[in-house]
Design a protein around this ligand. Structure first.
Ligand code: SF4
Ligand code: SF4
Length: 445
């Protein structure tokens, strides 16, 4: 790309009327108080780069402030003018990555760790082995601080799962076929959450297909300024899932879900793929969204059990709070459904979390590329969790689980657990021996 090529959709950038209503929702502005770290300031910087008023390299480079953006899209939720901030950020980051000069460390991190290692589960898994060995031998203190912080994010016992290509519903005939997005981090660190998700889909009476040839959704690349790579992955996944002809496609990582739902925009320059991308996105559902739509009366039954004095098994029985993953709350606008499930199980033990939808500092790979600000946001989140006196935090994204758990451990709150909603509901329903809801053949939809 030529440095002079326009990268920003000027009309979309001009939709910002500088009202400042988004400032109080922007985690980085809340932390630094610097206008350049606010949505309004960043949009101004983006336009200044496009108009040639600011250079990417040199003394007053705007790259620092653009790098500090979490891409959490809380500003979109707050913005009354409907500014598509996420889209502006993605195209600006693509321009920045192709024209800005970065340090050797940042180049290594972005090209080799984030672009090459994380999106391929076998590579990521291989990389966790020496990391786990260092952890188990207690050798972290010999590492430089930035590597030590990265190591702290890894769970002590990653749960790897080899997933089958097809997991038929145990009760047949099933109600249909659900495709599961396996993702990059989930199968390596949270395989048990995938298994809990599969059990839930089975309980709802559907077969599960997990195409082994699916690849990373492209979120890491799209958010990190590698749009061409993200588009290649999107094209590949569209074809893989079209071949499967699923009724629904379920994803249990909020960051992946928002990218998958936005394939139509990602592939906007390819008119031939628009219809396919729209049809695909029409089937994609976040786990919390799909279980609400799939049709069951468990929510009411859980609420009724709670009223009748049922107590869920430990650790679900203590004060419980819910943290919103940014890409579920702000990119997909789903906040109420996961809460309803948590409230149904926790009953009067549910405690609301102040600033629940303010980013925990994970933001994909942000805790690696911007460790200082990620740490401040992690501490802010832990402070709020501690204030609720909760013994359990439920959320919907693996990155949030890693970041919040690491923050709690670092600050000595070992007893507070962090759990994915899929594991949480699996344990609750398991304890009630909820049966599979596959329908008799004559009612099969
Ligand atoms: S709320 Fe929207 S229009 Fe107002 S400053 Fe923020 S991005 Fe711009
Ligand atoms: S995406 Fe998040 S961090 Fe970035 S400007 Fe918007 S609110 Fe702030």
């Amino acid at each position: 790309m030529n440095p002079q090529d326009p990268f920003l959709d000027e009309d979309k950038a001009l939709a910002c009327v500088h009202c400042g209503l988004c400032l109080g929702s922007c985690p980085t502005y809340l932390e630094t108080g610097n206008e350049n770290d606010s949505p309004r300031g960043r949009i101004y910087l983006m336009r200044s780069i496009q108009n040639g008023r600011l250079s990417l390299n040199g003394g007053s480079s705007p790259v620092t402030h653009l790098d500090r953006c979490l891409g959490c899209r809380a500003c979109e939720t707050a913005c009354p003018s409907g500014v598509a901030y996420g889209q502006l950020l993605e195209s600006t980051r693509d321009h920045v990555e192709h024209h800005a000069t970065r340090s050797l460390y940042q180049r290594f991190l972005r090209r080799w760790v984030i672009d090459t290692l994380f999106p391929v589960p076998w590579r990521f898994r291989l990389a966790t082995w020496p990391a786990m060995l260092i952890k188990r031998m207690g050798l972290e203190s010999y590492l430089p601080a930035r590597f030590r912080d990265a190591l702290e994010l890894l769970p002590d016992t990653p749960s790897h799962a080899s997933l089958p290509a097809l997991a038929p519903c145990p009760v047949q005939p099933s109600r249909g076929k659900v495709g599961l997005i396996s993702g990059c981090v989930m199968p390596v660190l949270y395989g048990k959450t995938h298994l809990a998700t599969i059990r839930m889909i089975h309980r709802l009476g559907f077969d599960v297909v997990i195409p082994p040839d699916q690849r990373c959704c492209g979120a890491l690349h799209a958010h990190g300024g590698q749009l061409a790579k993200a588009r290649n992955l999107a094209r590949h996944n569209l074809q893989v899932f079209e071949d499967q002809d699923c009724d629904h496609i379920v994803v249990n990582a909020a960051g992946c879900g928002s990218t998958l739902k936005e394939y139509e925009h990602l592939l906007a320059e390819e008119p031939g793929l628009q219809q396919q991308a729209r049809a695909f996105a029409g089937k994609v559902r976040d786990y919390s969204e799909w279980i609400m739509e799939a049709g069951c009366d468990w929510l009411e039954r859980l609420e009724a059990h709670r009223r009748d004095g049922w107590t869920p098994p430990a650790p679900l029985d203590g004060p419980t709070t819910f943290h919103d993953a940014c890409h579920l709350a702000h990119a997909q606008k789903i906040t109420e459904w996961p809460r309803r499930w948590v409230r149904a199980v926790a009953g009067d033990q549910y405690v609301p979390l102040p600033e629940a939808d303010i980013c925990c500092g994970s933001a994909g790979s942000y805790n690696l590329t911007e460790p200082e600000l990620a740490l401040s946001l992690q501490q802010r989140k832990v402070r709020h969790i501690q204030g609720t006196k909760a013994s359990l935090v439920v959320t919907t994204n693996p990155g949030c689980i890693l970041q919040i758990r690491a923050g709690l451990l670092k600050q000595g709150f070992k007893e507070i657990e962090v759990m994915h909603l899929a594991d949480y509901l699996d344990q609750a329903l398991e304890s009630l021996a909820v049966e599979c809801q596959a329908l008799p053949a004559h009612q099969n939809q």
